[in-house]
Ligand binder design. Structure first.
Ligand SMILES: [Fe+2]
Ligand SMILES: [Fe+2]
Length: 296
């Protein structure tokens, strides 16, 4: 359902955002609980399974996911504990997050940019973040995946709440060969990264995660979590090279050299990891199945 506002992003000051976007759904408690629990390296499978079982809709989605053809199990998996073992904590956590966020941002007919492509870009960025993190000695794989998955959530808010502005950016970006961010900079006082910050704060994510979303297009301004921010910036850039770019605009012109310096790497070094990431991306794409209704 579109929730258009009378106010346009063209005359909306960033400070006014919080007041305008106030009916963003709260992230279900269950997700917060999973996120918190999974930060504990000693968390057990039964503990995670117990949280999931509390939410029938999520439990059904998790079973649907694990029984999908991709995992290739001949026998039906029908317990959550077994599903958690097979899928792994991160896939389960992503499923929980995706269920919450996908359900709110549903595709409508006849819209300019395709939501499925948007999620593919998000999942690819998340998978690259996750794969690069340990190789670049970043000890925040969980946070990196979440930031990658939702770094562009501000675009979904634009699509739902400011649909005229959203269509305007799509059109202008195509005509002027601009990236989404550059086009927003030309048209508005705010952008999807700033909107993402507002949403992530509302969802009570840790400050470093909020900052990485806020500065994923200007990573050198990050002070609290410069590595996480640089990582999502580089992963976002690389997703275009793997043909998983965000729909509706042109690819970013360059990967910020300061971000690469912060990470102590080069673009070529990161590119060398990409073939190994492809399988990971395909596996993570399975969460797109959550967009489909669960068969009765
Ligand atoms: Fe972005
Ligand atoms: Fe992106």
């Amino acid at each position: 359902m579109a929730r258009a506002f009378s106010k346009s992003l063209m005359d909306l000051h960033p400070r006014e955002l919080k007041g305008v976007i106030k009916d963003i759904p709260t992230l279900p408690v269950i997700y917060q609980e999973l996120f918190r629990k999974m930060q504990d390296p000693d968390v057990s499978v039964p503990a995670i399974a117990e949280i999931i079982t509390q939410d029938q809709a999520l439990a059904a989605k998790v079973l649907h996911l694990v029984n999908s053809a991709f995992y290739g199990y001949a026998r039906q998996i029908n317990t959550i504990s077994r599903a958690v073992v097979i899928l792994g904590f991160q896939a389960v956590r992503s499923a929980a997050l995706a269920t919450s966020v996908f359900d709110f941002f549903k595709e409508e007919d006849g819209q300019t940019c395709q939501l499925k492509k948007f999620w593919e870009h998000s999942i690819a960025t998340a998978s690259i973040c996750k794969a690069l993190a340990p190789r670049l000695n970043i000890n925040q794989a969980e946070e990196a995946f979440v930031v990658g998955l939702l770094h562009d959530v501000g675009k979904l808010i634009e699509k739902q709440y400011f649909s005229t502005d959203f269509d305007e950016v799509c059109k202008a970006a195509q005509e002027l060969h601009l990236s989404w961010y550059d086009c927003e900079k030309a048209l508005f006082q705010t952008n999807h990264a700033g909107i993402g910050k507002t949403v992530f704060r509302e969802w009570q994510f840790p400050p470093g995660v909020v900052e990485a979303v806020q500065h994923h297009h200007d990573p050198s301004t990050a002070t609290r979590a410069p590595h996480l921010t640089a990582l999502v910036h580089v992963a976002d850039f690389l997703s275009y090279e793997l043909d998983y770019g965000a729909p509706g605009a042109w690819p970013p012109k360059e990967c910020d050299p300061l971000a690469l310096r912060t990470l102590g790497t080069t673009l070529d070094e990161c590119r060398r990891f990409l073939p190994a990431v492809t399988e990971e991306i395909l596996q993570a794409m399975e969460i797109l199945k959550l967009l489909e209704p669960v068969p009765a």
